[in-house]
Design a protein around this ligand. Sequence first.
Ligand SMILES: C[S@@+](CC[C@H](N)C(=O)[O-])C[C@H]1O[C@@H](n2cnc3c(N)ncnc32)[C@H](O)[C@@H]1O
Length: 272
Amino acid sequence: MSGPLSSAGYGPAGADESVRASRSHWDVASSTYLEEHGATLGTDVLVWGPEGLTEDEAHLLGDPADLAGAVVVEVGCGAGQGARWAARRGARAVGVDLSAGMLARSRALDAASGTAVPVLQADAGALPLADGCARVAFSAYGALPFTADAAGVLGEVHRVLEPHGRWTFSVSHPVRWAFPDDPGPQGLVAERSYFDRAPYVERDDDGGLLYAEHHRTLGDWVRLLGRAGFRLVDLVEPEWTRPDQPTWGGWSALRGEHLPGTAVFVCERLGR
Ligand SMILES: C[S@@+](CC[C@H](N)C(=O)[O-])C[C@H]1O[C@@H](n2cnc3c(N)ncnc32)[C@H](O)[C@@H]1O
């Protein structure tokens, strides 16, 4: 059982403690997260990030017509909106998430939307799926920002994808790590080194980890993907094009005018 927040800052966070902290954090945050962002996320829309770019606009999973009958895995699915989007296009979609609280929200949205997607509770670093079973995997800010072991997650995604399968995922744009997480003018002034890979951590009085977010530079991501056996097809940096898009934490129209907020990596699984 973890205690109240006692410190927040930048420092080391191990792989196992990051997984444990993420599970508890997202269990507790599941309802407030959807109360705050449910209008943007919808029930069966695949939204790549706070800028509001949707898969219907961007086609980062390829031609939606090709999804019919394909196994599609949403990694860190949260309430499963993206998996539901794929299911509505005829895919055999499945969501995987660490948090029982988030998966309970997914089941509630199944009922509300009339489209049910199967979900599995698991760490993305140990996907409970067979080798080569999926044609497409994707993740919108799921798992990868929170894991200390991105190579382990990428290895698992590579394992479950068929050769030449598509892997598309979004994370906070790495450049954001140089700036304070503030939607106002303060968030436009760089105060940290982009090259400092120390994760953002919150700990309780006993030093127990409550929350962690891990930083990789763009170059780190390119190398991680290459080593895991992926070809980078595209790197999409969605722009803040809708004036009415609501502020989401540190993501705002003001910052969106000047800085990228989200990086979407579009990849192909190489090999046999
Ligand atoms: C920011 S939410 C994104 C969820 C969803 N894609 C969305 O856009 O709302 C992050 C999700 O990643 C999940 N997550 C965090 N670490 C994970 C891990 N190691 N394995 C699987 N899921 C994880 C959390 O439980 C949470 O549901």
